[in-house]
Design a protein around this ligand. Sequence first.
Ligand code: ATP
Length: 313
Amino acid sequence: MIHVESLTKYYHDLCAVDQINFDIQKGEIVGLLGPNGAGKTTTLRMLTGFLRPTSGSIRVKDYDIDKYPLEIKKLIGYLPESAPLYHDMLVYDYLNYVADIRELDGGRKKSRIHQLADLCGINEIMHQPIGVCSKGYKQRVGLAHAMMNDPEILILDEPTAGLDPNQIAEIREIIRRIGKEKTIIISTHILSEAEAACNRVIIINQGKIVADGGIETLRQSAGGEYLINISLKNAGFEAAESELRSIDGINRVNKVVGEEGEEILHLRLTCRSSADLREEIYQRVKPTDWILLELHQETQSLEKVFQELTKES
Ligand code: ATP
């Protein structure tokens, strides 16, 4: 659906986006994640044809952005960081005006506006001036605007920035509903946002892509290590350590202090990422007279992954 190759943007001598590559398939909901100034907005502006890349290429469906910018704009609905709305207009009049720009004719125009009012939950404010609406409602009007021509792709730049938790939940719910039929890119610096709404995350830092994959893959990608906790009955530390250390992929075996007088050995195993070692651990314990009371693999928190991938170089 979207193919980006060696995309680069310089503002004078500042490299805001540096040779990034990615492909996005139809139906994916992708989070573009990164700290402030990472290059997210610049990337989205280039994808939507608002900014010309310094170099590199963007193809949407079969259209090259250099040759067919207008066709690409028709395929994309874009909600910029702060939705540019006319605050003196009534919501209905504004959407009517957007429908005119999008060249929707009489009957189709009316039914589309009603459809969007239902989808975005703005029926009750249709006859209010945009300026008096809450930030959450303004954002919904911006979403309705972006979706007026029923685009195949939606690009949302920090759609929940500045909203309260209830409004955030409502916008997420709308995105989830829309996401069943569309390809969506959402930029955010809030991890929980990406976790809640996206099935894939691209992390960008200082203009470069530092990670690209599903949430679970990302958890395993930083630091290169993860932890397994096990508890054994009837086992001595030296024997257990020596047995477990001989498993390829276990880097360290540490004893965890348990309750006083407890006869159970609690161990924390630091493992190299990429392999799931739980089965091998079980197989090693099985022939012994140790009793395996617990075996638990800890997933790394996404916050830690994000911090590691985006710390200042
Ligand atoms: P934020 O989350 O703060 O919006 P971002 O990840 O969207 O950040 P960009 O807005 O793309 O990042 O900015 C990337 C870099 O380019 C930053 O260093 C920013 O200061 C710079 N930049 C952005 N727009 C311009 C511009 N028009 N002229 C010069 N520099 C710019």
